[in-house]
Design a protein. Structure first.
Length: 414
């Protein structure tokens, strides 16, 4: 208990330190002219510290001449003058050291007060109040409280009758400085919270972009690799020893591989761009569904397509999402229902586009079950545009995917 009570006073008198001074504006800290920059050890001139140094020199000369006459050249007057002027020079950089400089020569002040019959000099009071304000602004509240207590006790020793009024004046200076400190800390915390919020927004944007790229990669790799794998297995059977058919099948596999590589480069191009440029190549849309159907048919699916309405006015985001949903649905049919019959319906209405992909059971054994990421990606694509997606098995075997994507919401700016 005793150590806890003594600790604030020990910090105030010996071990405590103040916060660093706040950053100075350019108006109060102009740059040194280029001609003088090489000759001086600093790049900016702190006008506040220059003004305080000048004020300290003026106070030193004035108080020394006054007390030199009053005390007849006594060394106590010189020490008291230093106690008035030196804190002004130290206040901005070391406010706690400035206050300690006023505490050490208290005996000198007491001697001067007894000889001059005036307990406090006006200059000394103003300087002390300025130092108290600086301590309250830049030091912890425990140190500020200890400084206030020591000040009130010192006034009681030097001049007991004036202690009540002096305590009120000192308290006003301390409370004003403490209020400024609280407001500065609150502002600093607010700035830090804003920085954290901006960082969180940027991090969220990065995660969303990574998720988008992951979905694009999944759709591209899953579709093209599924087609390539099925083609690589089916080409030798179809060729039946015919070199021409075998060559044609291998050429088709090569074409699919080059398409996959091209789309991968398009998706990953922005990640490799060091100058912040983005890939301006157009993203696929429903106008390229014919390529997906051709690949699916080459892999053994019997695909029928029905279109209704004009697809020319679809926003790029809607067209890309619909394309990826069709791509993933056909890829799933190739993996899980080889040789199945697939019905693809694309209907474009006034305010929405509807995509329906339904497949029958496969005619040959299906491949290994997937991880389910394709369905998750399709649902996320529909949800991001404010639409919905239904994927479920149908009676008699098979699977159906129905996606409804709004057009008007996608056209609105974010």
């Amino acid at each position: 208990m005793i150590s806890a009570a003594v600790r604030p006073f020990a910090l105030a008198l010996f071990r405590g330190v103040a916060d660093p001074p706040p950053a100075r504006s350019r108006r109060l800290a102009p740059a040194v002219p280029r001609r003088l920059a090489r000759m001086l050890p600093f790049a900016r001139v702190d006008l506040v510290r220059v003004a305080e140094a000048v004020l300290a020199w003026v106070l030193l000369m004035e108080s020394q001449s006054l007390w030199w006459v009053a005390l007849g050249g006594s060394g106590w007057g010189v020490l008291a003058s230093l106690a008035v002027a030196l804190p002004v020079a130290l206040r901005d950089r070391w406010p706690l050291a400035a206050w300690r400089t006023t505490v050490v020569p208290l005996p000198a002040f007491y001697y001067v007060a007894a000889a001059d019959a005036e307990p406090y000099a006006l200059a000394a009071m103003l300087v002390y109040l300025l130092v108290l304000y600086s301590v309250a602004v830049r030091c912890d509240r425990q140190i500020t409280f200890a400084v206030w207590v020591i000040t009130v006790v010192a006034m009681l020793i030097v001049h007991p009758p004036g202690m009540p009024l002096g305590a009120v004046v000192v308290s006003v200076a301390v409370l004003f400085g403490y209020n400024v400190r609280v407001r500065r800390n609150a502002t600093s915390r607010l700035v830090e919270e804003e920085k954290r919020a901006k960082f969180a927004v940027r991090a969220q944007a990065v995660l969303e972009e990574r998720a988008r790229i992951a979905r694009e990669l999944h759709d591209i790799v899953a579709h093209h690799m599924s087609v390539i794998a099925i083609q690589a297995e089916a080409v030798p059977l179809k060729a039946a020893g015919d070199p021409a058919r075998l060559e044609a099948g291998l050429a088709e596999i090569r074409t699919l591989s080059l398409e996959a590589i091209s789309e991968l480069r398009q998706v990953l191009g922005v990640l490799r761009d060091q100058d912040g440029r983005t890939d301006t190549a157009p993203q696929p849309g429903l106008d390229r569904v014919g390529e997906l159907v051709a690949n699916a048919r080459a892999a053994g699916l019997a695909v029928t397509v029905r279109r209704s309405g004009s697809l020319d006015r679809l926003p790029p985001a809607v067209g890309l999402s619909a394309y990826r949903i069709v791509q993933e649905s056909l890829s799933n049919a190739m993996r899980h229902a080889p040789g199945a019959m697939v019905a693809l319906d694309i209907t474009c209405e006034d305010d929405r586009v509807r995509v329906r992909v339904a497949n029958s059971p496969g005619t040959s054994p299906s491949g290994a079950p997937g991880a389910g990421q394709g369905l998750v990606g399709m649902r996320e694509r529909a949800a991001l545009l404010g639409g919905d997606l239904e994927a479920r098995p149908v009676d008699g075997g098979g699977f159906k995917v129905t996606a409804t994507l709004p057009i008007t919401a996608a056209e609105d700016p974010p």
